[in-house]
Every structure is written in C-alpha cells, then in structure tokens.
Design a protein. Structure first.
Length: 261
C-alpha cells in the first residue's frame, strides 16, 4: 500500500531538502536521452530495463554501469564523458521544472531553511535552478565531492578523518550535510525525492522522506514515509499549509541568523 501524506500529518519539518533531477527539475528525461545518445555514439544498445536501474545514480557510476552492462568495460571513461556532455547540452536547451515544483518551493521559501542535495555536478544544479528562477530560494546546494571510484577516500569519510568529503547517494552524506548546513537535526528535516537511490540516502541520514513522481517498478516506495504523484497535488498542499500555519513567518530567517551567529 502506498504511504500517503497522512502518514506525516502529526509531524512538521524544520527544514526541507530537495533532490534536483526528477524532483525539482524535469531533467530525468534529459539523462535518459543523454544515455541513449552516448550508447548510439559508441554503437551500443541499451540493455533492457537500464533506464530504471540508472535512475538517481551518480553519472560516473552510470557511465561505468553502461560499460559493464554492454560488456565494454574499457569504454567506462569515454561513456561517462559522453553522457555528461550530452546531458549538459540538453539541459541548457530545455530547463523545465517538474509539475508543482516551483509553486511548492515558493510556498516554503522564507518560512523554512531550504537546501538541495543532488548527485549531479554543482554546475549542472546551479545552471538548472538558475534558468528556472529557483536558485535564490536555496541557501545551500550539496553535491558529492568524492568520486564514486575512490573507495579509499570514502573510507576516510567513514572514519571521520575528512568530514568535508561528501559521498554520492545512496551514501547518506549529501542529506546529512544539507541538514547540518540548514541548522537542524536530520530527524527534523524533510527530504523530497523521486528515486529509490535518493530515498535510501535520505533515510540513512535520518531524514523523513516524501517520495514524488510515478511509483517505481513493483510499487516499491523503499523507505519513503509518504508518496505523491506530484507536488501540486491537493493533499500535499493542504498538509504543507497546515504545518506552515503552526510555524512563525520568519522561521527560515531565524535559522539562518542562528547559523551566521
């Protein structure tokens, strides 16, 4: 049974952290088109079901997966570069927001601290949000700083030696860092996500999770506390307006002042 926003009706967040691709920006289809173009560029056919397996995966991991699943491991670096290049071209041509995303963000803006936690490169997130007119609403954008192929660096993060290092989803780092930068405990923050990879990341970081978009194959909502088809659904807006009424109008600014003091 799909969890609904009523599952969160007795709880209200102190900060909201959004995924970017497929949650705020309609760029998931750009990634799919970019993967198709990269496959064609090297004369390869996408394996059955690859689009679903690649959803929410860091682009470096995706390039490696493309190479492995077509039995061309030697092309991993080339496929990764082609994938990113095609994606950047596509998103520059067509920066669209997901249904209800702009309204949802503007409803929260100035009331709560807002952040973005994404597996995309920083320049992609900045460019996408900027073109959509949403960048100014987010105080923090958190992206991975540790390439997925560097296990030694990941271990240093796990051991606490380099806390500034941030691993990609499904590691919890991007969400844990975003909550900390917003000045709240992870359990006081809400993550808004469209992929099982991102949901696992947020759950592992300790955030509550609102899943959004078409249900994954098999109606598996993972660790999402609630799931909706789009952010403009009436039940979502009613829930948000309910907990906004109980918070002070300057909540977001208060959090920021505490951060800066």
């Amino acid at each position: 049974m799909t969890p609904t926003p009523q599952a969160l009706s007795n709880w209200s967040p102190e900060a909201v952290v959004f995924d970017c691709d497929g949650t705020l920006m309609d760029t998931e289809r750009h990634w799919q088109d970019a993967r198709s173009r990269a496959f064609r560029e090297f004369g390869l056919l996408p394996p059955p079901g690859f689009a679903e397996r690649a959803k929410g995966v860091h682009y470096v991991d995706c390039g490696r997966l493309m190479a492995e699943e077509t039995n061309k491991p030697e092309l991993a670096a080339d496929l990764t570069a082609a994938l990113l290049g095609h994606f950047l071209s596509l998103v520059a041509e067509d920066p669209l927001t997901m249904p209800g995303a702009s309204e949802f963000v503007r409803l929260l803006s100035g009331r709560l601290p807002l952040a973005v936690a994404s597996n995309c490169p920083l320049e992609v997130v900045e460019e996408s949000l900027g073109r959509a007119g949403l960048r100014r609403h987010f105080r923090h954008i958190v992206v991975p700083t540790v390439p997925p192929e560097e296990p030694d660096a990941s271990q240093r993060v796990a051991d606490g030696e380099r806390p500034e290092m941030v691993r990609p989803k499904p590691w919890p780092d991007v969400y844990a860092t975003a909550a900390r930068l917003c000045g709240v405990l992870p359990e006081a923050a809400l993550a808004v996500e469209d992929s099982l990879t991102g949901i696992e990341s947020a759950w592992r970081a300790g955030l509550r999770v609102l899943g959004v978009g078409p249900l994954p194959d098999g109606d598996d909502t993972g660790h999402a506390d609630a799931w909706v088809m789009a952010l403009d659904r009436q039940e979502v807006l009613e829930w948000v307006r309910g907990w906004l009424r109980t918070s002070s109008p300057g909540a977001g600014q208060d959090h920021q002042r505490r951060e800066e003091s």
